[in-house]
Design a protein around this ligand. Sequence first.
Ligand code: FEO
Length: 167
Amino acid sequence: MDKKLEKSLNDQLNFELYSSYIYLSMQSYLKSLDLNGFANWMDVQVKEELTHVLKFYDFLHNRNAEVEFEAVSKPQHKWDSPLAVFEHALKHEKIVSKRINDLVDLATKVGDHATVNFLQWFVGEQVEEEANVVSVIRQIKLVGKSLFMLDRELGQRVFTPPATPQA
Ligand code: FEO
């Protein structure tokens, strides 16, 4: 595998770990407010991010490339409100989407079709990730909908592992 691409895929694996970490920090903040439904939503997010880490991990191994873990940066741990948490989450997901797009560009440039194909799952996933967060932001902003009712709704979110493991 092209060395620059191998390094960039490792960077993304580590960024997905950071994503899991910052969402765990957000979950902890929401839990401290006794918003257990919000915390449940974020718990699912943490688990999804870990599946993203493992997808990169498996792919790199399957391609006989090196996996190198980095130190994970300290995440923010306090926010002004649940709305501020989800606005931060949206900003974070937009960064992830940009990083995935840049990875596709690089894999295309070096002619690595297998990596381009692997990354397509993430291209689709990012559309969903951003839409999910936008939906929560819109709901929080809805006048007349109490935080209590929304907390109960977000408590219904269930973690479902991806159906087909990515090679
Ligand atoms: Fe793994 Fe939320 O991007």
